[in-house]
Write a protein that binds this ligand. Structure first.
Ligand code: SF4
Ligand code: SF4
Length: 265
Protein backbone atom coordinates (compact mmCIF):
# COMPACT_ATOMS: atom_id res chain seq x y z
CA UNK A 1 0.00 0.00 0.00
CA UNK A 2 1.59 3.23 -0.99
CA UNK A 3 -0.38 5.72 1.07
CA UNK A 4 -2.58 8.39 -0.45
CA UNK A 5 -0.02 9.78 -2.83
CA UNK A 6 -0.78 9.78 -6.54
CA UNK A 7 2.33 8.98 -8.53
CA UNK A 8 4.11 12.34 -8.79
CA UNK A 9 4.44 12.25 -12.59
CA UNK A 10 0.95 10.88 -13.34
CA UNK A 11 -2.15 13.02 -13.12
CA UNK A 12 -4.58 10.79 -11.18
CA UNK A 13 -8.04 10.12 -12.55
CA UNK A 14 -10.29 12.18 -10.30
CA UNK A 15 -13.12 10.17 -8.80
CA UNK A 16 -16.18 11.44 -6.95
CA UNK A 17 -18.42 9.88 -4.32
CA UNK A 18 -20.66 8.30 -6.95
CA UNK A 19 -17.85 6.90 -9.11
CA UNK A 20 -18.06 3.10 -9.37
CA UNK A 21 -15.39 0.44 -9.20
CA UNK A 22 -15.06 -3.32 -8.83
CA UNK A 23 -13.02 -4.56 -5.93
CA UNK A 24 -12.91 -7.13 -3.18
CA UNK A 25 -10.21 -7.98 -0.70
CA UNK A 26 -10.31 -11.24 1.27
CA UNK A 27 -7.98 -13.80 2.83
CA UNK A 28 -7.94 -16.05 -0.25
CA UNK A 29 -6.48 -13.52 -2.70
CA UNK A 30 -2.95 -14.47 -3.76
CA UNK A 31 -1.71 -11.01 -2.83
CA UNK A 32 -3.10 -11.12 0.72
CA UNK A 33 -1.19 -8.63 2.95
CA UNK A 34 1.23 -7.67 0.14
CA UNK A 35 -0.12 -4.14 0.39
CA UNK A 36 1.02 -3.95 4.03
CA UNK A 37 4.71 -3.90 3.11
CA UNK A 38 6.91 -1.21 1.59
CA UNK A 39 4.35 1.40 2.49
CA UNK A 40 4.20 5.03 3.46
CA UNK A 41 1.19 5.65 5.65
CA UNK A 42 0.45 9.14 6.91
CA UNK A 43 -1.31 8.86 10.27
CA UNK A 44 -4.15 11.23 11.01
CA UNK A 45 -4.82 12.57 14.53
CA UNK A 46 -7.72 10.17 15.02
CA UNK A 47 -5.64 7.21 13.74
CA UNK A 48 -3.11 7.94 16.49
CA UNK A 49 -5.76 8.12 19.21
CA UNK A 50 -7.30 4.80 18.15
CA UNK A 51 -3.99 3.00 17.78
CA UNK A 52 -2.43 4.24 21.03
CA UNK A 53 -5.59 3.27 22.95
CA UNK A 54 -5.67 -0.11 21.24
CA UNK A 55 -2.06 -0.74 22.27
CA UNK A 56 -2.50 0.67 25.78
CA UNK A 57 0.13 3.37 25.25
CA UNK A 58 0.20 7.10 25.80
CA UNK A 59 0.31 9.12 22.58
CA UNK A 60 3.88 10.14 23.44
CA UNK A 61 4.93 6.48 23.76
CA UNK A 62 3.09 5.52 20.59
CA UNK A 63 4.76 8.30 18.60
CA UNK A 64 8.19 7.29 19.87
CA UNK A 65 7.73 3.59 19.17
CA UNK A 66 5.70 3.44 15.98
CA UNK A 67 6.09 6.62 13.97
CA UNK A 68 8.54 8.72 12.01
CA UNK A 69 8.14 12.52 12.04
CA UNK A 70 8.21 14.22 8.65
CA UNK A 71 7.17 17.46 6.99
CA UNK A 72 4.34 17.60 4.48
CA UNK A 73 6.05 18.32 1.22
CA UNK A 74 3.91 21.22 0.17
CA UNK A 75 2.58 22.68 3.39
CA UNK A 76 5.71 22.60 5.54
CA UNK A 77 3.54 21.16 8.32
CA UNK A 78 4.65 18.33 10.60
CA UNK A 79 3.19 14.91 9.92
CA UNK A 80 3.83 11.44 11.24
CA UNK A 81 4.06 8.24 9.23
CA UNK A 82 4.00 4.66 10.45
CA UNK A 83 7.50 3.36 11.19
CA UNK A 84 8.12 0.19 9.16
CA UNK A 85 10.04 -2.84 10.35
CA UNK A 86 13.66 -3.22 9.38
CA UNK A 87 13.00 -6.48 7.53
CA UNK A 88 13.55 -7.28 3.86
CA UNK A 89 10.03 -6.27 2.84
CA UNK A 90 9.80 -3.17 5.06
CA UNK A 91 6.65 -4.57 6.64
CA UNK A 92 4.06 -2.69 8.63
CA UNK A 93 4.62 -3.53 12.33
CA UNK A 94 1.02 -4.73 12.57
CA UNK A 95 0.89 -7.15 9.65
CA UNK A 96 0.68 -10.87 10.39
CA UNK A 97 0.23 -13.86 8.10
CA UNK A 98 -3.48 -13.95 8.83
CA UNK A 99 -4.00 -10.21 8.40
CA UNK A 100 -3.88 -6.97 10.33
CA UNK A 101 -3.31 -7.16 14.08
CA UNK A 102 -5.10 -3.85 14.65
CA UNK A 103 -7.77 -4.27 11.98
CA UNK A 104 -10.63 -2.70 13.99
CA UNK A 105 -8.43 0.35 14.61
CA UNK A 106 -6.47 0.43 11.35
CA UNK A 107 -5.48 3.84 9.98
CA UNK A 108 -7.56 5.95 7.61
CA UNK A 109 -5.22 5.25 4.67
CA UNK A 110 -5.63 1.48 5.13
CA UNK A 111 -9.41 1.89 5.19
CA UNK A 112 -9.44 3.89 1.96
CA UNK A 113 -7.14 1.52 0.09
CA UNK A 114 -7.23 0.83 -2.89
CA UNK A 115 -8.39 4.43 -3.06
CA UNK A 116 -6.42 7.49 -2.15
CA UNK A 117 -8.00 10.75 -1.05
CA UNK A 118 -6.57 14.04 -2.25
CA UNK A 119 -7.14 15.84 1.05
CA UNK A 120 -4.61 13.44 2.62
CA UNK A 121 -2.21 13.86 -0.25
CA UNK A 122 0.31 16.62 0.07
CA UNK A 123 1.98 16.88 -3.27
CA UNK A 124 1.67 19.31 -6.14
CA UNK A 125 -1.53 18.87 -8.09
CA UNK A 126 -3.68 18.03 -5.07
CA UNK A 127 -4.91 21.56 -4.44
CA UNK A 128 -8.49 20.54 -4.94
CA UNK A 129 -9.00 18.35 -1.90
CA UNK A 130 -12.37 16.93 -2.83
CA UNK A 131 -11.50 14.00 -5.08
CA UNK A 132 -10.43 10.38 -4.78
CA UNK A 133 -8.14 8.31 -6.99
CA UNK A 134 -6.97 4.71 -7.40
CA UNK A 135 -3.64 3.94 -5.75
CA UNK A 136 -3.06 1.44 -8.58
CA UNK A 137 -0.42 -0.93 -7.30
CA UNK A 138 0.28 -3.79 -9.71
CA UNK A 139 0.35 -6.49 -7.00
CA UNK A 140 -3.24 -5.77 -5.93
CA UNK A 141 -5.54 -8.42 -7.41
CA UNK A 142 -8.68 -7.12 -5.73
CA UNK A 143 -9.71 -5.31 -8.93
CA UNK A 144 -10.24 -8.70 -10.61
CA UNK A 145 -13.13 -9.48 -8.26
CA UNK A 146 -16.75 -8.89 -9.24
CA UNK A 147 -18.11 -6.94 -6.27
CA UNK A 148 -19.08 -3.42 -7.33
CA UNK A 149 -19.09 -0.31 -5.13
CA UNK A 150 -19.57 3.40 -5.34
CA UNK A 151 -16.92 5.31 -3.44
CA UNK A 152 -19.64 6.46 -1.06
CA UNK A 153 -20.54 2.82 -0.29
CA UNK A 154 -16.88 1.87 0.12
CA UNK A 155 -16.28 4.66 2.65
CA UNK A 156 -19.24 3.57 4.74
CA UNK A 157 -18.28 -0.10 4.55
CA UNK A 158 -14.74 0.63 5.70
CA UNK A 159 -15.84 3.00 8.48
CA UNK A 160 -13.78 5.79 7.02
CA UNK A 161 -16.50 8.44 7.12
CA UNK A 162 -16.30 8.75 10.92
CA UNK A 163 -12.50 9.11 10.62
CA UNK A 164 -12.94 11.93 8.10
CA UNK A 165 -15.53 13.61 10.29
CA UNK A 166 -13.26 13.61 13.36
CA UNK A 167 -10.20 14.65 11.35
CA UNK A 168 -12.08 17.44 9.54
CA UNK A 169 -10.45 20.23 11.58
CA UNK A 170 -6.99 18.83 10.82
CA UNK A 171 -7.76 18.48 7.12
CA UNK A 172 -9.03 22.05 7.13
CA UNK A 173 -5.77 23.26 8.71
CA UNK A 174 -3.67 21.43 6.12
CA UNK A 175 -5.75 22.64 3.18
CA UNK A 176 -5.67 26.25 4.44
CA UNK A 177 -1.92 26.12 4.98
CA UNK A 178 -1.47 24.64 1.51
CA UNK A 179 -3.04 27.74 0.00
CA UNK A 180 -0.60 30.01 1.88
CA UNK A 181 1.99 31.71 -0.35
CA UNK A 182 5.08 29.43 -0.13
CA UNK A 183 7.27 32.26 1.16
CA UNK A 184 5.19 32.51 4.38
CA UNK A 185 6.86 30.06 6.75
CA UNK A 186 5.76 28.90 10.17
CA UNK A 187 8.18 29.28 13.04
CA UNK A 188 9.63 26.15 14.65
CA UNK A 189 7.61 26.97 17.76
CA UNK A 190 4.36 27.06 15.78
CA UNK A 191 5.23 23.77 14.08
CA UNK A 192 5.85 22.17 17.48
CA UNK A 193 2.52 23.50 18.70
CA UNK A 194 0.80 22.01 15.63
CA UNK A 195 2.54 18.67 16.22
CA UNK A 196 1.58 18.44 19.89
CA UNK A 197 -2.02 19.51 19.35
CA UNK A 198 -2.68 17.24 16.38
CA UNK A 199 -0.65 14.14 17.21
CA UNK A 200 0.32 14.01 20.87
CA UNK A 201 -3.05 14.28 22.60
CA UNK A 202 -1.73 13.30 26.06
CA UNK A 203 0.92 15.99 25.87
CA UNK A 204 -1.65 18.50 24.63
CA UNK A 205 -3.91 17.58 27.56
CA UNK A 206 -1.05 18.27 29.94
CA UNK A 207 -0.45 21.60 28.20
CA UNK A 208 -4.12 22.63 28.53
CA UNK A 209 -4.62 21.50 32.13
CA UNK A 210 -1.20 21.87 33.71
CA UNK A 211 0.12 25.11 32.21
CA UNK A 212 -1.36 28.62 32.43
CA UNK A 213 -3.48 27.89 29.33
CA UNK A 214 -6.83 27.98 31.11
CA UNK A 215 -5.86 31.22 32.86
CA UNK A 216 -5.20 32.83 29.49
CA UNK A 217 -8.43 32.02 27.67
CA UNK A 218 -12.10 32.38 28.47
CA UNK A 219 -13.46 28.91 27.82
CA UNK A 220 -16.89 27.63 28.77
CA UNK A 221 -16.40 25.62 32.03
CA UNK A 222 -18.65 22.84 30.70
CA UNK A 223 -16.35 22.47 27.70
CA UNK A 224 -13.31 22.40 29.97
CA UNK A 225 -14.88 19.62 32.05
CA UNK A 226 -15.73 17.62 28.94
CA UNK A 227 -12.17 17.90 27.65
CA UNK A 228 -10.84 16.41 30.89
CA UNK A 229 -12.29 13.00 30.06
CA UNK A 230 -13.14 13.07 26.36
CA UNK A 231 -10.12 12.88 24.05
CA UNK A 232 -12.16 13.63 20.95
CA UNK A 233 -13.63 16.77 22.51
CA UNK A 234 -10.08 17.82 23.43
CA UNK A 235 -8.86 17.11 19.89
CA UNK A 236 -11.72 19.07 18.33
CA UNK A 237 -10.99 21.96 20.68
CA UNK A 238 -7.30 21.75 19.69
CA UNK A 239 -8.13 22.03 15.99
CA UNK A 240 -10.35 25.08 16.62
CA UNK A 241 -7.64 26.69 18.71
CA UNK A 242 -4.99 26.09 16.03
CA UNK A 243 -7.22 27.50 13.29
CA UNK A 244 -7.66 30.61 15.41
CA UNK A 245 -3.94 30.90 16.25
CA UNK A 246 -2.77 30.32 12.68
CA UNK A 247 -5.49 31.95 10.61
CA UNK A 248 -7.46 34.09 13.07
CA UNK A 249 -10.62 32.22 12.15
CA UNK A 250 -13.26 31.49 14.79
CA UNK A 251 -13.80 32.87 18.27
CA UNK A 252 -11.27 32.62 21.08
CA UNK A 253 -11.49 35.12 23.89
CA UNK A 254 -8.25 35.86 25.65
CA UNK A 255 -8.24 37.19 29.17
CA UNK A 256 -6.79 40.70 29.38
CA UNK A 257 -3.13 41.24 28.59
CA UNK A 258 -2.22 37.84 27.15
CA UNK A 259 -0.37 37.52 23.84
CA UNK A 260 -1.41 34.81 21.35
CA UNK A 261 0.92 31.80 21.39
CA UNK A 262 2.09 32.65 17.89
CA UNK A 263 3.02 36.17 19.03
CA UNK A 264 4.73 35.02 22.20
CA UNK A 265 8.41 34.31 21.92
S1 SF4 B 1 -2.15 -1.15 9.83
FE1 SF4 B 1 -3.00 -3.11 9.22
S2 SF4 B 1 -3.99 -2.74 7.24
FE2 SF4 B 1 -2.62 -1.02 7.63
S3 SF4 B 1 -0.72 -1.57 6.62
FE3 SF4 B 1 -0.55 -2.25 8.74
S4 SF4 B 1 -1.24 -4.36 8.75
FE4 SF4 B 1 -1.90 -3.44 6.81
S1 SF4 C 1 -6.39 -7.48 -2.85
FE1 SF4 C 1 -5.22 -5.57 -2.76
S2 SF4 C 1 -5.88 -4.74 -0.79
FE2 SF4 C 1 -6.38 -6.91 -0.73
S3 SF4 C 1 -4.60 -7.92 0.16
FE3 SF4 C 1 -4.31 -7.94 -2.05
S4 SF4 C 1 -3.06 -6.13 -2.40
FE4 SF4 C 1 -3.98 -5.86 -0.41
Amino acid sequence: MNTNEPKAHIQPVRLGLDSRFRFRCHKDVACFTKCCRGINIVLTPYDIIRLKNRLGLSSTEFLALYTVPQLFEKTDLPVVTLKLLDDEASSCPFVREDGCLVYQDRPTTCRYYPLGVASLSHKEGADDDSFFFFVNEPHCLGFEEKKEWTIREWRTDQGVDIHDEINAGWTDLVVRKRSFPPNIKLTEKTKRMFFTTCYDIDQFKQFVFESTFLERYEIDPAEVEKMRTDELALLEFGFRWLIWVLFKIGEFKQKQGNPTPADAS
